[in-house]
Design a binder for this molecule. Structure first.
Ligand code: GAL
Length: 713
């Protein structure tokens, strides 16, 4: 038996040797290694985005050794395809592979990474199937190939495996399993070679941060982007929009930008990219009127060009062989197509003051998107375009705004690796509240942002629960394109919804500073508990015991943590879902305090909470500092100063880095910003000793006055 296996392995090794490809490794930045095997495609995520890594920030991180046994990473090229293999250890978990909606643990999955509208299964077809995974052992792996990749994330067992599991007899052995232990992530890249990157940690969060910094650091939205946004019914006229905006003001609901849906265009699906002259006869006046009310305008579009569009004839030579809803598909890899397409948006919309876009339908579905047999004039394949279209639309539209030194914050339905620095949030048509939270958690592993948008609800309870989640997400949005729902549409909970919307506005100094940390340090503002320092290590040592009394983490060890997340440096958010009166919350080690009352909530344990309808459970780490602003109906404009209320929780000395800049331009790229250090120490007699570093002269300073509040009595 043994002999037979050995000879099998020899035969097998001989066959492998003939296809094995040498991997060339290079440490491109501290803790970032590039591997290359065979002849990789010239077209990849990094050549599409051409984003410069934030080298300064990566250099500032502690250097780290290569995190894997290098010899265990192998590549082979056969028949125009590349086979990659990365080792896994016992007990190791992997996270990421893009925007999954139902699972956080990816070990044991077979995934076909393919940009698509999420179809209800975590199978790799999703809005951002980012080929990056992070290991619980604290490193990350990124495959830089704009192809449909097949991933076997710890599912396949090779004959020559170092960790070959015991072969069992199904007839008599109850422990036989259809999924024997696998010791590797294997990836099929349908190209003659592959380029990949390994990111050191040492913690999972540091590996993710390095990946984010390598891709330019996170986006920094304008302040108004973090305010409240309402997307109105598709056929609204300019009067309807004005009326709705007025209703927000009259009812005391904040509003920073309003989204117009397909009806602003003269034709949609395919699109003309021109204002409809009956519904919006005076676009410039309309945009000006909105701006005068402190409300910016965001426009929906898909990129498919209608025969009636002014750019149709000129763009045709630079479009694909196949249509989408009979519209031409611009080959955005070609400068000619980009000049025409973005030139039209610029002339008709950006130049008159439109603040941003919602780029729809750059993800899927297969039955209406261009097929894989489509050809494009650049010679790029349909597959390459499918994997990168959302990236290109984000890159070049951001450049339109960058050219005007004006920040944007918009929406996109398709994205991929490398989008970290683009100021876009992903959304979709799926509408499962629980799954929306899992997507929010997963977005943090992949360098993308996700909004659990609220559209409508079956009950006032559901509406309030959804609005509570939306407020603790990258974009506080109601998307009423079809339903016409307003924040106050469920009168029983109007006050509670208003309170949440106002909370969002009051927390703007916190959200803004957290996004600055995403930008400058690569730390995702919304992220999994598994990225919380220490949490993963605790889980790893806890493996085995399933007794909750004995092991407070048992629940997390045996189950994925996919319904609670970290929001910024100090907050743990545990959303409630319709029908739930109570829920359990896993509090990592260290003291945690109730966000609303400052009361002690627990330490390294699973608590059960019954928060009532009005509140979404939120907890603050010991020493947590949350800067609050005043109640505002719109984000502060440049030069506007606000009064700060700095809330301090718990007993440990706390530090916070409060970010400040003008809030709307890109001048921060030239150094026009400050991080002011806030310190709070609780003294023996209970009083607080507080300090904040002075504003830097010549740099923007939007703080008028500061008051410190001890939340924990
Ligand atoms: C969908 C999109 C919705 C809405 C709608 C308008 O594709 O996901 O959010 O914009 O189009 O027709």
């Amino acid at each position: 038996m043994k002999l037979q296996r050995i000879s099998l392995i020899i035969v097998f090794l001989l066959s492998v040797v003939s296809v094995a490809a040498q991997i060339t490794w290079k440490e491109v930045l501290p803790g970032v290694w590039k591997g290359s095997a065979g002849a990789p495609d010239a077209y990849n995520f990094l050549t599409v985005t051409e984003v410069q890594p934030r080298e300064d920030a990566i250099q500032a991180m502690a250097s780290a050794p290569f995190p894997l046994e290098r010899a265990k990473i192998t590549a082979a090229v056969l028949n125009g395809e590349t086979y990659l293999r990365f080792p896994l250890e016992k007990g190791e978990q992997v996270f990421g592979f893009g925007l999954n909606f139902q699972s956080v643990h990816q070990r044991g999955k077979v995934l076909n990474l393919h940009v698509d509208h999420y179809g209800g299964r975590d199978n790799g077809r999703t809005h951002a199937p980012v080929p990056f995974y992070v290991s619980s052992r604290g490193y990350g792996v990124f495959i830089n190939a704009a192809r449909y990749l097949t991933v076997y994330a710890g599912t396949a067992v090779r004959l020559d495996s170092d960790d070959f599991p015991e072969v069992k007899d199904r007839n008599l052995d109850k422990s036989w399993t259809s999924r024997p232990y696998s010791d590797a992530v294997e990836i099929l890249v349908p190209a003659d070679g592959a380029e990949f990157y390994v990111f050191a940690g040492p913690s999972p969060l540091e590996a993710v941060s390095r990946f984010n910094l390598f891709n330019g650091g996170g986006c920094l939205p304008p302040r108004w982007g973090l305010g409240f946004t309402q997307r109105v019914r598709t056929l609204y006229t300019e009067e309807d929009v004005a009326e709705e905006v007025q209703a927000f003001a009259d009812r005391g609901f904040p509003l920073d930008f309003v989204g117009l849906e397909p009806g602003w265009q003269s034709k949609a699906y395919p699109c003309t990219f021109e204002w409809d002259s009956t519904r919006f006869p005076r676009p410039q006046q309309f945009v000006d009127d909105m701006l005068a009310k402190g409300v910016r305008v965001n426009l929906w579009t898909n990129p498919y060009v209608a025969p009636q569009s002014p750019i149709y004839k000129s763009i045709l030579p630079f479009t694909g062989s196949h249509t989408v809803w009979l519209g031409a598909v611009p080959d955005l890899t070609m400068p000619q197509a980009r000049d025409l397409f973005f030139g039209q948006l610029n002339k008709s919309q950006v130049a008159i003051g439109v603040s941003g876009y919602k780029f729809d339908e750059v993800d899927g579905y297969d039955h209406y998107l261009w097929p894989d047999v489509a050809t494009f004039p650049s010679g790029k394949t349909a597959e390459q375009l499918r994997q990168t279209y959302g990236l290109m639309i984000q890159r070049y539209s951001t450049e339109l705004f960058h050219d005007r030194n004006q920040r944007t914050f918009g929406l996109v339905r398709g994205s991929n690796a490398g989008a970290v620095s683009y100021p876009y949030v992903i959304y979709n048509d799926y509408y499962n509240h629980e799954h929306f939270i899992t997507a929010l958690i997963n977005s943090g592993f992949s360098g993308v942002l996700w909004t659990p948008e609220a559209r409508a609800s079956k009950s006032a309870e559901e509406w309030l629960r959804r609005m509570q989640s939306v407020v603790f997400s990258p974009m506080a949005m109601i998307n009423a394109w079809s339903s016409g729902t307003k924040p106050w549409s469920y009168p029983e909970v109007e006050d509670q919804v208003r309170e949440m919307a106002i909370l969002r506005m009051r927390m703007m100094p916190y959200w803004y500073s957290e996004f600055a940390k995403y930008h400058f340090q690569g730390i995702p503002p919304f992220r999994a508990m598994n990225l919380e320092p220490g949490f993963q290590a605790d889980l790893d040592t806890q493996e085995g015991s399933t007794d909750l009394e004995e092991n407070p983490y048992a629940e997390a060890v045996n189950k994925e943590v996919k319904d609670q997340y970290m929001a910024g440096e100090y907050l743990l958010v545990a959303p409630m879902f319709a029908g739930q009166e109570s829920r359990s919350v896993i509090l990592p080690k260290g003291n945690w305090y109730d966000f609303y009352t400052g009361e002690y909530a627990g330490n390294g344990e699973v608590i059960t909470v019954t928060p009532g309808l009005d509140r979404i459970p939120v907890y603050v780490k010991d020493g947590g500092i949350i800067p609050f602003g005043p109640v505002l109906m719109h984000a502060p404009e440049p030069g506007e100063k606000i009064d700060l209320e700095i809330r301090y929780y718990g007993h440990k000395p706390g530090t916070y880095h409060l970010y400040d800049d003008d809030g709307v331009t890109y001048d921060y790229e030239k150094g026009d910003y400050t991080f002011r250090e806030i310190r709070v120490v609780r003294q023996a007699n209970g009083t607080l000793k507080t300090s904040i570093s002075a504003p830097v002269s010549g740099k923007p300073n939007t703080v008028a006055s500061i008051e410190f509040v001890a939340m924990t009595k």
